[in-house]
Design a protein around this ligand. Structure first.
Ligand code: AMP
Ligand code: TRP
Length: 324
């Protein structure tokens, strides 16, 4: 049997370059070789304030982004988490074997508590348990995600080990599939690129002017040479992904003190747009073919449900929920 891969992205707006380089590039690399399930994790989306009236649209946008970047439904299964209710069933079972204190200590929980002090809900605490259930439901062994998700993967492995030792071997211990873009910094020059920080990101749907404007605003320095500012580091990091062949030349100019930042910025902006343009074209094609997208979603969910139910039958049996 092929190894299984699982990853998911929350339905909180468009994908940005951080998601693309940190997670999606890994998904693309794995879909040829493994049995992959790539999900829109809508149940994880609602642990922070959200708008129910736009949720369905946001879910669909991520599915369309997935298709546009080249995830191929012939090679992988696309899933919408809430449409496979076995996720919540398994999450509940797993929650009974994991200590609350460990969850309270997680950096992601603490960050969200600080970010939304009036919205500290049970779902937020439960988030890593549901995430563990997402991957374990499919016995996923590889998880292409950014480095920020590593603490969640540790929880996942702990839960898998504990379940196996209490009830018998069912689950593998999933590992993060690392990508070169596992940490993409913010365009603002501090912290990571993130949907929740305005000005920090470039969306996959941004046009050439938007990209140019955002890249031009990256804080650099008046002269080049010497220790790099965080903003300058971001530019060089992105250059590595989108115009690798030019990096050495710009770096030499930087070291010589002759680099004109605006030249580097405009070159980079054009290179990013050149990369995104075909993705945007494909996105448009899927937008114009809603029936095809509906079918892909339906097919993904039905295949995933079969796999999920197979694991759940085992779990219910091991945990004593099946009579003789
Ligand atoms: P999120 O938007 O938080 O749901 O993240 C979706 C995926 O993108 C996860 O695998 C994250 O680890 C990844 N990701 C988000 N931001 C970044 C970033 N700045 N650098 C690398 N990966 C990221
Ligand atoms: N926590 C992930 C994020 O914020 C999203 C996620 C939920 C996920 N369930 C998952 C990622 C399972 C990989 C596998 O990006």
């Amino acid at each position: 049997m092929k190894k299984r891969v699982y990853s998911g992205i929350r339905a909180t707006g468009r994908l940005h370059l951080g998601n693309y380089l940190g997670a999606v590039k890994g998904m693309l690399a794995l879909q040829d070789e493994y049995e992959c399930i790539f999900s829109v994790v809508d149940l994880h989306t609602i642990t922070v304030p959200y708008d129910p009236s736009t949720l369905q649209n946001s879910i669909r946008e991520i599915i369309i982004d997935y298709l546009a970047v080249g995830l191929d439904p012939k090679k992988c299964h696309l899933e919408i988490q809430s449409k496979v209710p076995q996720h919540t069933e398994l999450a509940y079972f797993l929650s009974t074997i994991y200590p609350v204190s460990r969850l309270e200590d997680l950096p992601t929980y603490k960050d969200k508590k600080a970010q939304y002090p009036k919205y500290v809900n049970m779902g937020l605490l439960y988030y890593p348990v549901l995430m563990a259930a997402d991957v374990l439901l499919y016995k996923g062994e590889l998880v292409p995600v950014g480095i920020d998700q590593e603490p969640h993967l540790e929880v996942m492995r702990e839960i898998a080990r504990k379940f196996n030792s209490m009830f018998g071997p069912v689950f593998p211990q999933p590992q993060r599939f690392k990508t070169e873009g596992e940490y993409i910094p913010s365009l603002l020059g501090s912290g990571k690129m993130s949907k929740s920080v305005e000005g920090s990101y470039i969306n996959l749907t941004d046009n050439s002017e938007e990209i140019r404007k955002k890249i031009r605003s990256v804080p650099t320095a008046t002269t080049s040479g010497g220790e790099m500012t965080e903003g300058t580091k971001v530019l060089f990091k992105l250059l590595e992904f989108f115009a690798k062949d030019k990096t050495a030349q710009f770096m030499k100019e930087y070291d010589d003190g002759t680099l004109q930042f605006v030249k580097l910025k405009d070159y980079l902006a054009d290179a990013i747009f050149a990369h995104l343009k075909p993705i945007q074209g494909k996105r448009q094609e899927f937008l114009e073919n809603p029936k095809l997208v509906d079918e892909i979603i339906k097919d993904g969910i039905s295949k995933c449900t079969v796999m999920a139910e197979e694991t759940m039958r085992q779990v219910r049996q091991k945990m004593g929920f099946v009579g003789k």
